[in-house]
Design a protein around this ligand. Sequence first.
Ligand code: PMP
Length: 419
Amino acid sequence: RMDINFSTATFKDFENIPGFDMMQRADIYYDFIEYMKTNGHRYRLQNNTGCSSVMNIGEDDAIKEMVSFVTSDYLGLTQHPKVKQAAIEGIKEFGAGSAATPLIGGYYSYHNELETKIASFFGRSKDEAVTFTTGYTANSATLQILLQKEDIAIIDMAVHASVYEGCILTNRKTFPHNDLEALEHILKTSEQQYRTKLVVIDGVYSQDGDTAPIEEIYNLVKKYNAYLMIDDVHGVGILGKTGRGTIEDTGLLDKIDIITGTFSKTFGNVGGYVIANKTLTNFIRFQSRQQIFSATIPPGTAAGTIKAIDLIDEEPQLRTKLWENINYFKKGLDDMGLETGTTCSAVVPVKIGDPHITMDVGKMLLDRGVYTNPIMYPAVARKDARIRMSVTASHEIEHLDKTLNAFDDINKKLHIAKK
Ligand code: PMP
């Protein structure tokens, strides 16, 4: 009844199927998920343990203990006793939910404290932070309210989906990943045509784990009277001399027009933030629809996050352990000739290329007790499928060795090494 081959389809193929109404499309998609299940493809795995380097994965009688590389709990703060205790205290004090939007009673003292803390964490005490319920919303809401029809977002093509979503109603041009010449060309040709020009990049890119050339991009942005927004969710707590992220060592932390991020990765909780000068945050705070019409972060989560931010400075040994793990693991993969690309963060891909082989590798890793994410189009280009792993401070050498051995074994069977 339609032209979709389930065995080669990607999730993108189901977004719209011309000629089929919403119920028909949902029916077709239902069949696709059933096909995935009955053919042994992974579509979602249940976690029965909480974030950790070892998790019990699966459902009912098929639960299995796995070494896990699928969470962004880079410093292990979701399980840190002090973070948990702070969250418990927050709930005891203010209850489970915030039950209101910020403007009508949902803005608690914890939100105020959290906003002050995250702004000063980045050395931006003179500026201000606005928090959102997720990092996704922080990005999309900020772009939606700041950019109108006369404006343009100029974005690196590898930025997160939330940035793309934020640009749906404005003009948008993408430049090839980290391509400074292409960016300059767009800036030059946009100078007269658009009112506001906002360049949006990530600090660390989520699928390759590589970083943006921030200083060069900053200089171009200034040269062409544009503004710069950086989402550094995979850099904060990991990169930079004191863990302030990708921007820290460039010395530009207080010069970037807008910094956005999440509390759901290194900070081990949930929520998003935007940091900018006070007039801009004031505008976002009182004008963005997601601030006006959507509830705030629950108080316990805000309290847990405040403690997590403190721990970046109080327990730098977590970052040291994380880097020991990253370096050990990446060296092990590289020594086998596997292609880890340009990563310089805790996101470590093993690039395979072919999506079907990548799925097979993902499954073989599961069979060997290693839980990773096979990533394919549309998250990455069609021929650039890979196994994506996030290394954390909670991994022990034995977990990394087990995984390296599994890769070695699979490589002998499937010859996935590129070098
Ligand atoms: N930006 C990037 C680069 C991300 O990887 C993510 C999470 N996948 C987000 C933003 C969204 O963060 P959150 O999970 O808090 O919505």
